[in-house]
Design a protein. Structure first.
Length: 344
């Protein structure tokens, strides 16, 4: 029988594949090595190829798309209910194939190599920032254990550590001072690597038209703009603006039963890094936006009068996500009065 839907459970070396016919029955079940997937893509007639949106899925998806296949990537949490019986690679592949045939299934957009490169830069930068934070915290702990305290903040410690190293106290041993100087050198190295990635992202934001438009939105800087372009692209995967904050987990959880609606805290689903950037951007933009004589400013002032400031920040972050989607889809930058348009 002709394969209509091919489900692939990706692995580092071996990949399980299950092919479904037009009637939904399994007509192919086998395991292939990763190098064999390219040959398989050329041998099969055009069909729907389904995979979980995990590491390597976009690369394999582009290989199959080049051979004329339709690619459907899905979130693993949406595939899990369709996996029957015991948990193994073959059953996972069958569940992936079956999930791809559901008319209500939500799919992940296949990313280009450029968008993946941009996303990789952000993830590498995030890793370096976390390493620098851990290093600074350990440095503070070492000094605090020996009775030396410094002001809060990374910049304050960076300034105060210079005279400390120039004239080290006599109560610290030579071994510890050597360690502190080594940690300070590692700190400088991390700063240089982070600055290099920041410059790379800034160059991309200036050269990319979509990212350049997004930087015109208050609260969205170079990091937020490039991260949005990497994650959302042109926004075609979303039908409407409100789908973007829902995808990012910036909307309340719903606990409704017996016809009684109840809204809880935000869901915190989706891209954690992008949600963090939008919330921090909203926190920075809130003071100025709330003072402006614009529909967006009026909305913020009314919200501040009846809700906690943190609730307003999250609501503004959701608003910025909707404005960003509209900017990507319409091809225009931020304009006065957009708060009223996007609120509708």
């Amino acid at each position: 029988m002709t394969i209509v839907t091919l489900g692939i459970d990706l692995g580092k070396n071996l990949n399980s594949i299950v092919g479904l016919g037009a009637d939904g029955n399994v007509v192919l079940r086998r395991r292939v090595r990763r190098g064999t997937l390219t040959e398989l893509a050329g041998q099969l007639p055009p069909c729907t190829v389904a995979m979980e949106a995990c590491c390597g899925a976009h690369h394999v998806g582009r290989l199959f798309a080049a051979k004329g296949h339709e690619i459907r990537l899905m979130s693993p949490e949406y595939v899990r209910p369709y996996v029957r019986a015991q948990k193994n690679d073959d059953n996972d592949a069958a569940g992936i194939a079956e999930a791809a045939t559901r008319p209500t299934m939500r799919f992940v957009e296949l990313k280009s190599q450029d968008r993946l490169d941009l996303q990789t830069l952000h993830r590498a930068r995030s890793r370096l920032v976390a390493a620098r934070k851990a290093l600074v915290n350990q440095l503070r702990a070492i000094l605090l254990e020996r009775g030396h305290t410094f002001r809060q903040g990374r910049k304050a410690l960076e300034r105060d550590i210079v005279p400390f190293l120039a004239e080290p106290p006599l109560d610290l041993s030579t071994r510890i001072m050597r360690l502190i100087r080594d940690m300070r050198a590692e700190w400088r190295s991390l700063d240089e690597r982070i600055d290099a990635l920041n410059d790379d992202l800034a160059d991309h934001a200036r050269a990319d038209e979509a990212a350049n438009r997004l930087t015109s939105i208050p609260g969205i800087g170079i990091l937020g703009a490039t991260a949005l372009v990497a994650a959302v692209g042109d926004g075609e995967a979303f039908r409407r603006a409100r789908d973007v904050p829902a995808w990012l987990g910036l909307v309340p959880k719903q606990m409704t039963t017996g016809g009684k609606p109840r809204l809880l805290s935000i869901t915190k689903r989706g891209n954690t890094y992008l949600r963090m950037l939008l919330i921090h951007g909203a926190r920075a933009a809130l003071p100025s936006l709330s003072k402006q004589a614009t529909p967006l400013g009026e909305w913020l002032r009314g919200l501040l009068s009846r809700a906690h400031r943190n609730v307003v920040i999250v609501a503004l972050a959701a608003k910025l996500a909707r404005i960003a989607w509209a900017s990507l889809r319409r091809g225009i930058g931020f304009e006065r009065g957009w708060g009223q348009v996007v609120t509708a």
